[in-house]
Design a protein around this ligand. Sequence first.
Ligand code: 13P
Length: 250
Amino acid sequence: MRRPVIAGNWKMYKTANETRAFFRAFLSEVSRPTHCDILVAPPFPALPVAVECTRDFGIGIAAQNLYWEPEGAFTGEVSARMLVDAGCRAVIVGHSERRQFFGETDESVERKTKAALDSGLTPIVCVGELLSERESHLTEAVLKGQFEGGLAALTPAEFSRILIAYEPVWAIGTGRTATPEIAAEAHRYIRSLAAARFTSEHASALRILYGGSVKPENIKGLMLQKEIDGALVGGASLEPKSFAAIVNNW
Ligand code: 13P
């Protein structure tokens, strides 16, 4: 049985004070959850407050990015060691917005994933195709390229510690969710890549989250698919009631 994960990616939203207000409201909506793992990824400056607010509630705090060097003259970057020191448990790697706007590549995804693992963080590695790629029947080729370019160099032991998020770019922030069947089909394909590169045990233990316009209204349909092991939620994780409804309805 794979334990579900519900993760919130706040992107570039919320100050430290807004983070405190969010958790005050959110924690009154969710009883200490035992049915799933909860992760929240605020922007860097809000990480310490988020860690402080969630310490006694079994909620993990994640960063949205990292750099692979432990320290050095890399202006504007943050290392895995610094994230661990700030209290993070996990980190998002290779989000499509980083690929699209900040030049992230499969190679940087691989280096960041390794650096996160070496520091004891759980990487949440994002993959997913553009609308034009889906329409050109390239979804599987894109997923294969991202998997092989970003993850194939991991050792089996390292691979067993990562989460993958399937986030079709056309479903992010558009209100256009992949149907549960479309998402499940992509998850099945990613799992087959894991089985081919690692072992069928690694594939069946791998937790794959779906991301892209997840809301309280569509979470039930997604969770009914046994291939879908949770969600990476953007917009709907910013509002305490809607994120709590997603957690409570899984
Ligand atoms: P939305 O839920 O706002 O579509 O964002 C998804 C996402 O990018 C999560 O990482």
